[in-house]
Design a protein around this ligand. Structure first.
Ligand code: AP5
Ligand code: MG
Length: 216
């Protein structure tokens, strides 16, 4: 399965991508996670990306296109991949088409998660992530058994630095202006699958699997 998960910030791309990755046995490729790792390590790319990310803007196309291209060349992508948070602009979508065509590959599906703005703000404000293993929680909708402690590895949970309400609003604006046009782009390619992302996490997962023809 070679697919993209498209959707506004907080729509559940990361949550669904992790579950799909396990279920389908293909890697999740999250540009947000890769950029956050670069910021944490203090690499030159991370230093450049940090200010943009904290302000809720986009990192330049050539930077993300480069890291995705490099990632897609790794052997674990031979059977497929789930792109989470990429592409985010029409230029990135065109670049992805070019890269896949060089690799003789083609996308199977683009799943567009539809969630309204108020729900997004509530989801992001309540999101907590494990510092050690990256597992995500929500204080209300997907709470850990022990407050601020990861169920999986016992790590400490933290809140992302771009998850303040003002930055969330900015990220939503950027999504509407620069990323939402990709819905029409992939509809035109005939591979867009709309999924109602307002249901609970497992209902959304079932819906996606059924759209992909992998349901029970
Ligand atoms: P990125 O990390 O991709 O952030 P995002 O797109 O803003 O999306 P989020 O990760 O915030 O949300 P999500 O959709 O993954 O939702 P999640 O599953 O966590 O990008 C961050 C920044 O990096 C960008 O702003 C940009 O600066 C830069 N960047 C990244 N990619 C780039 C690119 N291609 N080009 C340029 N710049 C780029 O869920 C959210 C919360 O809701 C969680 O707490 C979860 O538990 C909960 N939840 C999930 N599903 C449900 C549900 N169905 N019901 C109730 N709660 C739910
Ligand atoms: Mg995410």
């Amino acid at each position: 399965m070679k697919m993209i998960l498209l959707g506004p910030p907080g729509s559940g791309k990361g949550t669904q991508a992790k579950m799909l990755s396990e279920r389908l046995g293909v890697p999740q490729i999250s540009t947000g996670d890769m950029l956050r790792a670069a910021v944490k390590e203090g690499t030159p790319m991370g230093l450049k990306a940090k200010a943009k990310m904290e302000a809720g803007g986009l990192v330049p196309d050539e930077v993300v296109v480069g890291i995705v291209k490099e990632r897609l060349l790794k052997p674990d992508c031979d059977k497929g991949f789930i792109l989470d948070g990429f592409p985010r602009t029409l230029a990135q979508a065109d670049a992805l088409k070019g890269t896949l065509s060089e690799l003789n590959k083609q996308l199977d599906a683009v799943v567009s998660l539809e969630v309204d703005d108020d729900a997004v703000v509530g989801r992001i404000a309540g999101r907590r992530t494990c510092r050690d293993c990256g597992k995500m929680y929500h204080v209300e909708f997907d709470a850990p058994a022990v407050e601020n402690k990861c169920d999986k590895c016992g790590g400490e949970l933290f809140q992302r630095s771009d998850d303040q309400e003002e930055t969330i609003r900015k990220r939503l604006e950027v999504y509407a202006e620069q990323t939402a046009p990709l819905i029409a782009y992939y509809k035109n390619d005939g591979i867009l699958r709309d999924v109602d992302g307002m249901q609970n996490i497992s209902a959304v997962q079932e819906r996606i699997l059924s759209e992909l023809g992998c349901g029970q």
